[in-house]
Design a protein around this ligand. Structure first.
Ligand SMILES: C[S@@+](CC[C@H](N)C(=O)[O-])C[C@H]1O[C@@H](n2cnc3c(N)ncnc32)[C@H](O)[C@@H]1O
Length: 159
């Protein structure tokens, strides 16, 4: 990948608001981190150059997957890994939500309002996201952290 290509791709990237990771961390791995990140989201990061879909996942994972048709692949890996928390759009009716959240996750926290994501320069988006978001816990510990967090929303224990 050349520099121009990587810069163009990074303009489409929307990062997790840092207060969410600060509240729920620490995490051991972010398997899909930006090439230039304004802050750490985990102890270890994979970027597109590492391909986090193919690299080994270890420890407690923070997952805010790329918003494209590959998103379900990341959620399938999380379902198999069973250790960590994901931030995704609350598309509760979809086939992929049924496959990778309902009947799989330990708990979910539906966020109040809509999030303002951040750019790779660390700037908050001027507009909120086009859909509501949900945090998904893939272990008992992650569900407890969601339940006990100060993040505004509605927690639902699933297992
Ligand atoms: C929605 S952003 C989330 C970034 C970060 N995880 C966070 O929570 O702020 C998704 C990121 O995945 C990266 N990405 C896309 N495909 C990837 C791949 N195959 N391996 C690793 N990272 C990838 C993109 O560059 C982008 O930075």
């Amino acid at each position: 990948m050349n520099l121009h290509e990587s810069q163009r791709m990074q303009t489409d990237v929307w990062l997790t608001p840092p207060w969410i990771v600060n509240e729920l961390g620490p995490f051991d791995l972010d398997p899909c981190a930006p090439l230039q990140r304004p802050w750490d989201t985990a102890r270890k990061h994979y970027t597109i150059n590492d391909n986090g879909l193919l690299s080994p996942w270890e420890g407690r994972v923070w997952l805010n997957p790329p918003y494209n048709k590959e998103a379900v692949k990341w959620l399938r890996l999380m379902k198999r890994h069973k250790n960590g928390t994901a931030l995704i759009f609350a598309r509760t009716e979809t086939k992929w939500f049924f496959e990778t959240v309902w009947g799989t996750a330990y708990g979910v926290l539906f966020l109040k309002g809509r999030l303002n994501f951040y750019t790779c320069k660390g700037e908050e988006a001027k507009h909120s996201a086009g859909a509501p978001s949900v945090l998904v816990a893939y272990s008992k510990y992650d569900a407890e952290r969601l339940r006990d967090s100060s993040i505004e929303g509605a927690f639902l224990g699933l297992i």
